[in-house]
Design a binder for this molecule. Structure first.
Ligand SMILES: Cc1ncc(COP(=O)(O)O)c(C=O)c1O
Length: 257
C-alpha cells in the first residue's frame, strides 16, 4: 500500500484482497499516525469485502507527546486482529508477543501456528506473565520510556543544531526519520557511517521502497534504542561527524534539504 501524510492508503484494496497489515499508531518506517478518516475507510473495506485487518501494534508502549492512540481493533473486533510484541519493550530475542483474534479466526490461527512450529517456550511465557502480574513489566516500560524520550530529544537537538533539519514522524517508538535530498545522499551517509563505525539505515538502502525507485523521497531511519547507555553519547557524536562530513544542511525553508 502507498503511504502518505495520513498513513497507509486503502485505495488499492479490492474485494479480493483478503487482509491488510497495518501499523496504525506509528507507521513503520514513516512514523505517520493513521488518520481517523483512513481508519474509517479501512474498517469500511473490511466490513464490505469480508476482509480482515491486522493491527501490528509493535511499539504502542512508547509515545512521548502525551497523546496515546486508541487501538483500531476497538472499531470492529470481529474483523481486526490486534498483534503486540515485547520485541521493542523487552528484547527481540525473546520472540514473545500476543494476538487478540476475532472468534471466527481462532481455530484457523491456532492450527496455522501449530503447523508453522512457531510455538513459544512455556517457561518464558510464564515468566512474562509473572513480570506483568507483579507490575514489574509496567515499571520497566515507564523507566525505559523516559530514557527513550530523552534520547529522541537529544537526537532531534543534535540533528537540528548541525543541519537545521527536523526529524519527522510522531514522537513515538524507537526510531525517527531524517529526510534527505536523494537516494544517492542516503547511500553516501550510510557509507560514511560504516567508515566511522556507525551503522545507519535508510528508506532506500534498507529496502523500504517497494518497488525500488531512486526518485522517491529518501531518509535515514534513525533507531535510538540499541546503543548501550555508555555508548549513546558516542553514537550521537559519530552521527554528528557523518552529517558534518557530508555537509547536510536544511534548504531555504528550513525543514527539508
Ligand atoms: C513493524 C514491526 N512490526 C513488528 C515488530 C516486532 O516483530 P517481532 O515481534 O517478530 O520481533 C517490529 C520490530 O520489532 C516491527 O518493526
Amino acid at each position: 500500500m502507498r503511504v502518505d501524510e495520513f498513513g497507509a492508503d486503502p485505495a488499492d484494496l479490492t474485494p479480493l484482497t483478503g487482509a491488510a497489515l497495518l501499523t496504525p499508531a506509528h507507521q513503520h518506517p514513516s512514523g505517520v499516525v493513521l488518520s481517523p478518516a483512513r481508519r474509517g475507510e479501512f474498517v469500511a473495506w473490511a466490513e464490505c469485502c469480508d476482509g480482515f485487518l491486522i493491527e501490528d501494534d509493535y511499539d504502542g508502549e512508547f509515545r512521548y507527546d502525551g497523546r496515546p492512540v486508541g487501538a483500531l481493533q476497538a472499531l470492529d473486533p470481529e474483523r481486526i486482529v490486534l498483534a503486540g510484541s515485547v520485541s521493542k519493550s523487552l528484547a527481540p530475542g525473546l520472540r514473545l508477543g500476543q494476538l487478540v483474534v476475532p472468534p471466527t479466526l481462532r481455530v484457523p490461527v491456532t492450527a496455522a501456528m501449530r503447523e508453522s512450529g512457531g510455538g513459544v517456550s512455556v517457561i518464558e511465557q510464564l515468566t512474562l506473565a509473572d513480570l506483568v502480574a507483579r507490575g514489574d513489566y509496567d515499571r520497566h516500560v515507564r523507566r525505559v520510556r523516559t530514557v527513550y524520550r530523552r534520547r529522541r530529544a537529544e537526537l532531534a537537538d543534535r540533528v537540528g543544531a548541525l543541519t537545521g533539519l527536523r526529524l519527522v514522524g510522531a514522537a513515538a517508538g524507537l526510531h525517527a526519520l531524517l529526510p534527505l535530498p536523494s537516494a544517492e545522499y542516503e547511500r553516501r551517509l550510510i557509507s560514511t557511517g560504516e567508515y566511522v563505525g556507525l551503522r545507519l539505515h535508510g528508506l532506500h538502502a534498507s529496502g523500504y521502497r517497494h518497488p525500488p525507485d531512486t526518485s522517491a523521497p529518501a531518509a535515514l531511519v534513525l533507531g535510538y534504542a540499541t546503543p548501550a547507555p555508555h555508548a549513546w553519547g558516542q553514537a550521537l557524536d559519530l552521527l554528528g561527524e557523518v552529517l558534518e562530513a557530508e555537509g547536510l544542511r536544511a534548504g531555504p525553508r528550513g525543514t527539508r534539504p
